[in-house]
Design a protein around this ligand. Structure first.
Ligand code: SP5
Ligand code: ZN
Length: 359
């Protein structure tokens, strides 16, 4: 299996995120991708390829031009305010555009002040920007699109090893550790070229960004298994009753799951998801692969074990669709490489081959 990877992901390396007002070390760190890279390099089922630049066209196909412009300018604006000098070496909003603020008063104009602008384009407090964030996010999109090109060229399965993850980014905002929704960009890119596409999002968190981007479309099906938003981030979206709207009605399927979700419960929900994907008659499948469903993940609450990822990959392969796998979350770094390698081996039909955790 070809793996597309770009070392520029390390340029996005903020120090501190803020959860419920508490500053804490970032969970979404460069070591995540490096752990996966090391595990795949040690397995001759995988070979590495470099990304090719695709420009901004596929980004603005799924994101508001104002968001893309802001992210391109953000660090320069922060520097001009002293960011990285006397101000913290990262940039995050303190005031975000809550819909109730302007209820009944129409859309807010984008302000010109830097701190106002970041609150206009960002929806939470766990995705700080640093000097290299934009470059890393652009590289991640190119990884996803290059992997999509390899799929279009005939590979049965391709893996894009990218970060920061993008499935929490809707059309007009960033957040959830990511800047650009590269899974959505690749899905739209594939849909333009092959017709119907299915997105299977197995990250622990609901992919609110991807759901929003395709909510009104019937050609791109979005199916997600995730922690119930009643208790889990992103809290406001991912409910079972959200099924798509207009022409997209029936083309979103959410399967929220309980805390402590076991391997068996998960596989049963996966079968429901795969049945819906099979009905879509897609020409390609995009998997948003989050491994934060793992039992030891520090910010999630499922109970999956490494061996079940082999079975999940195997069942996904049973669809018989050309499959683009794009990395999203997963924060238990010591097992992340092994979990990704196991999942992908299942997809490839290679035997389960558990190895001791390095270090
Ligand atoms: C791609 C992805 O996985 N993004 C996840 C973003 C989640 N941000 C943190 C959510 C807050 C979780 N709080 C859990 C506290 C557990 N002790
Ligand atoms: Zn996640």
């Amino acid at each position: 299996m070809q793996v597309v990877y770009d070392p520029r992901h390390v340029l996005h390396d903020p120090v501190t995120e803020v959860q419920y007002g508490v500053p804490m070390p970032m969970y979404e760190v460069p070591a995540r991708a490096e752990s996966i890279r090391a595990a795949l390099l040690a397995d001759d089922s995988f070979s590495f390829a470099d990304p090719v630049g695709h420009g901004l066209g596929p980004v603005t196909a799924v994101h508001h031009e104002g968001l893309v412009r802001f992210l391109g300018e953000a660090w320069g604006l922060w520097r001009a305010r002293g960011g990285g000098g006397s101000m913290p070496p990262q940039f995050m909003p303190d005031t975000v555009l809550h819909p109730a603020m302007r209820e009944g008063m129409g859309e807010a104009p984008e302000p010109s002040a830097a701190v106002g602008r970041i609150g206009y384009w960002c929806w939470e407090t766990m995705t700080p920007l640093v000097a290299g964030s934009y470059q890393a996010a652009r590289a991640a999109v190119d990884v996803a699109l290059t992997a999509a090109d390899l799929l279009l060229a005939g590979d049965a399965a391709v893996y894009g090893l990218a970060r920061p993850p993008g499935h929490h980014c809707p059309r007009s905002a960033f957040g959830g550790y990511g800047l650009f929704n590269y899974s959505a960009a690749a899905s739209a890119y594939l849909a333009d070229r092959v017709g119907r596409v299915a997105v299977l999002d197995v990250d622990y968190h609901h992919g609110n960004g991807t759901q929003q981007i395709f909510y009104h479309r019937a050609d791109v099906l979005y199916v997600s298994l995730h922690g119930d938003p009643d208790r889990a981030f992103p809290y406001f979206i991912g409910w079972a009753g959200e099924r798509g709207a207009g022409p997209g009605e029936g083309f979103t399927l959410n399967l929220p799951l309980p805390a402590g979700c076991t391997n068996d419960r998960y596989l049963a929900a996966l079968d429901t998801a795969l049945e819906r994907v099979a009905e879509h008659s897609a020409a390609a499948l995009v998997v948003s692969l989050g491994l934060d469903t793992y039992g030891q993940d520090p910010i999630a609450d499922f109970a999956l074990s490494t061996d079940v990822y082999h079975e999940v990959g195997r069942r996904v392969a049973g669809l018989g669709l050309p499959t683009l796998v794009l990395q999203e979350g997963g924060y238990f770094v010591p097992k992340l490489g092994e979990n990704a390698r196991t999942w992908l081996r299942g997809l490839l039909g290679r035997p389960l081959d558990l190895r001791p955790t390095p270090g």
